[in-house]
Each structure stands twice: as C-alpha cells, then as structure tokens.
Design a binder for this molecule. Structure first.
Ligand SMILES: Nc1nc2c(ncn2[C@@H]2O[C@H](COP(=O)(O)OP(=O)(O)OP(=O)(O)O)[C@@H](O)[C@H]2O)c(=O)[nH]1
Ligand SMILES: [Mg+2]
Length: 428
C-alpha cells in the first residue's frame, strides 16, 4: 500500500538539484498514489497544495532543497494519516469491541489479549456475541490458543448479563467481544449500549476493516455518535490497497487509530504510529540525509572510530543518543541498506525503553571501566547494578549489546562496504 510513493521519493533523491518542475512531478505522483489508496479527493488536493506551497520556501538551515521537499511530504503525510501516536496505557482495564459484521472483532480481541499478556497483564476474553452461531466456540478456541482466560455463557442470550457476570472473574484486562450486524441499526446500538452500561468500559473500541477505504469516515462517525467511541482499530491492512483511505478518513473524524492489524495470526497486531508508518512508506530519511545528520552529530574522527569498531561504551551510548533523533535503530539500518544485520544485534526497537536505563548504568561506571569494558568482571557488574538501580542482568545485556555492535561494525570493513555499493552511493 502506498509503496509507489517510495519510488517517487527515491526518484527525487537521485536528482542533483530539485526545482519547481520536480516538485510538480512529485505532487502528481503523490496525488495518483493517494487517490489509488482511496483517499478523499479534497484531502488529496489539500495535501498537494501544502506540498507545493511549502516546497519552494526559504530553506531551513542545513537542509538541501531535496531534503526539504522530502521532509515536507513526510510531515504532511504524517499529519493526514493521524499525526501523533496514540497512547496505549498498559494497566488493568475493560475494553469493549464493537463493529459491523466480519470486521475482525473476534480475532482482534484475541490479538489484543496477546498484546496485554505480553506486557504481563492477566487477560480474560469475554464472549458477548450471542447473535452469531458458534461465536462462543470461536472465541473460546482463540483463548485456548493464546492461553488466555475465557468467559462465556453458552445458553444466555442477554449479552449485557454475560458481560456483568464476567466482572467476577479475576483478570487485569477484560476484553468484551460483541456481535456485529450488517449496519449500525437500532438492535446493534441498543445491544452495545446495554453491554457498555453493564461494565463501564475504559475503552470503547471500534473495529473497522481497511478494505472499506474512505467509507470508514461514515462508519466511524455513526458509531461515535451512537456509542461514544474512544479509539479505532483498523484491521486487514495486509489485504487491501485502500488502507490509506481508511486511515485518513478516521483522522478526519477525529477518531484516534491505536492499532492496525496486518494478518490473521494472533501476533499480527501493531501499535499504530503515523510517523513510523509514513517513514516506512516514504523511506525517509534516505541514506544521504542520514549521513549528513550523522556528520553533524559527530566529528569525523569519532565517525572513523565507530566505523572501525573501536569505540568506548560512552561513545557507543552517544551513538544511540544521536541516532534517536533520526529514527529507530532498525529504520537506520534499513536506510543504510543493512537491514539484513538486524538479527545480529537483536530487536533494537523493542529495546528503546531499556536503552534509557543504559545511561544510568554508564553513569555508574568508573572512567577506567568506560574506557575498557573488558575489565567489567562480575563484582564490578554487581556494583554498577546497585549504583544505577538496575538488575545485574540488565548491565550484562548492555555489555552484550556493546560487544555485538563492535563486532558488527568491525565486520563492516570499508572493503565490504565498497562492495555493497554503499560508499559509491555516498560519492566516496
Ligand atoms: N488478512 C486478514 N484477515 C483478517 C484480519 N483480521 C481479521 N481477519 C479475518 O477476517 C475474518 C473475520 O474476522 P472475525 O474476527 O471473525 O470478525 P468479526 O468482526 O468478529 O465477525 P462477526 O463476529 O461475524 O461480526 C476472519 O476470517 C479473520 O481471520 C487481518 O488483519 N488480516
Ligand atoms: Mg465475531
């Protein structure tokens, strides 16, 4: 979806200088791609005007016209696709799922349960769909598959009663699956309202399939007016080209998309972050931008040191600091065409939270230890853990990452980089 945009941006990145005509061509590409993704035409026009208007304005310090234009496209797209990432609170709560027939409520319930389970919360799936045959069994099976608790009453027809009884089960997160209908009619509205009144959910989530494109606007609005929706989950992003239409339409109604689903498997749930989403489709920042920014953030000597793999643990950390400004670590590797090395350094994105703790650990090291991490024996590790309020295992993890990164950098010798064409692309 929207991957044509990446080609257009790449085309622009290859140009020496960028003039008004190039911008016009890019705008046409953007328009074509967005319309194909079923984005509303007035929105597409607004987007193109914004790009045109801003592209030729005075350049911000340190950016080339090309980077400036790419950044504008990136910012404008991020804005229409939702702006800031929605907050997902990881704490005990009640979640009510609603939506029309077959939108993906039941499977999404299981995916959400999996999400909160992985965060260490005990989760119960509650079968409040008393309408569709075998809805009970479907949810029960999903619960078994992920080893979550399940609550249902096979012969009870009153969804609100089941929901209320489920409150007696002990769980941190309760997820209520409800029945769908062909349209948001009086029966469905009344049923969901009654379930909602019975359990006072913290989140009333609307489940919308991406394949309805911009029709998501009407659906989101109708559900919001009738039920007071707090968040939206857009499902089936993997199986349609219309996801862009669905996401922009949600944003237009003010509905916040918190998750998207990208497949039938229980693991196929992603927190929705418009910035990351756009970075992926636009492929921004491109490698040159990255290296320019990298140059800004470290002097050449330091860069040389990093590239040769001989850096201290302090320098290792400051790399993360400056990289954070450019995007996530895996994005950076992707940009450098080194995505295949991701496995070697572990799941860096997932570790971003942990990286914050690294600073405390490094602050607890002596100057000697920082200069030569090899001397960090178990008793020193213990002292650092105590001093930084972290676990010894976390200190060891930092050291392991440091060592792995050094090895990785060493394995990327200039000769290898040359062969991979990277240096050539940088004009070296
Ligand atoms: N490809 C793909 N299929 C999905 C996704 N999410 C759900 N599905 C499929 O969509 C179909 C409907 O999903 P359900 O979870 O049963 O939908 P529902 O909203 O509970 O449906 P009703 O209970 O009948 O209203 C199933 O075949 C799912 O496997 C997704 O992200 N990608
Ligand atoms: Mg269902």
């Amino acid at each position: 979806m929207l991957d044509k945009l990446k080609e257009s941006i790449e085309k622009l990145s290859r140009l020496g200088i960028v003039d008004r005509e190039h911008v016009e061509e890019l705008v046409r590409d953007v328009q074509r791609t967005m319309l194909a993704a079923d984005v509303d035409v007035t929105l597409v026009m607004r987007l193109s005007d914004a790009i045109r208007e801003k592209a030729m304005t005075k350049l911000p310090d340190g950016l080339s016209r090309k980077e400036h234009v790419i950044k504008i496209v990136y910012d404008e797209l991020t804005d229409i696709l939702g702006g800031d990432k929605a907050n997902v609170s990881v704490k005990p709560k009640r979640i009510l799922l609603s939506g029309l027939y077959g939108t993906g409520k039941t499977t999404t319930a299981a995916k959400l349960a999996r999400f909160y389970q992985k965060k260490g919360l005990k989760t119960t799936l509650v079968a409040c769909d008393t309408f569709r045959p075998a809805a009970y069994e479907q949810l029960e099976q999903l619960a078994q598959r992920i080893d979550a608790q399940f609550y249902g009453e096979k012969n009870e027809k009153n969804a609100a009663r089941i929901a209320k009884n489920a409150l007696k089960t002990s769980a941190d997160v309760l997820i209520f699956d409800t029945s769908g209908r062909n349209a948001l009619d009086a029966a469905l509205t009344e049923e969901i309202k009654s379930v909602s009144a019975a359990v006072s959910p913290d989140e009333r989530i609307l489940v919308i399939p991406a394949d309805i494109g911009q029709a998501a606007r009407e659906q989101a609005k109708a559900f919001h007016d009738a039920l007071g929706i707090t968040d939206v989950i857009v499902t089936k992003m993997d199986s349609t080209a219309k996801g862009g239409g669905a996401l922009t339409a949600c944003k237009e109604t003010g509905a916040k998309v918190i998750f998207i689903t990208t497949g039938e498997n229980v693991e196929n749930l992603e927190q929705y972050d418009p910035k990351k989403f756009v970075a992926r489709i636009v492929g921004f920042p491109d490698m040159e931008t990255l290296l320019e920014k990298a140059k800004e953030s470290m002097d050449e000597k330091k860069a040389e040191k990093v590239m040769s793999g001989s850096f201290t643990i302090d320098e290792f950390y400051s790399q993360f600091e400056s990289m954070k400004k450019m995007g996530s670590f895996s994005q950076i590797l992707d940009m450098m065409g080194l995505g295949r090395f991701k496995g070697k350094i572990g799941d860096m994105d997932a570790q971003e939270g942990r990286i914050k703790k690294w600073k405390h650990m490094i602050d607890s090291m002596t100057r000697k230890e920082k200069a030569d991490a090899e001397i960090l024996n178990p008793s020193r590790v213990k002292r650092i853990a105590l001093g930084s309020g972290t676990a010894e295992s976390e200190v060891r993890e930092l050291l392991a990452n440091y060592t792995k990164s050094k090895k990785l950098m060493k394995s990327l010798s200039p000769a290898k980089l040359k062969r991979s064409g990277m240096l050539r692309r940088l004009g070296m």
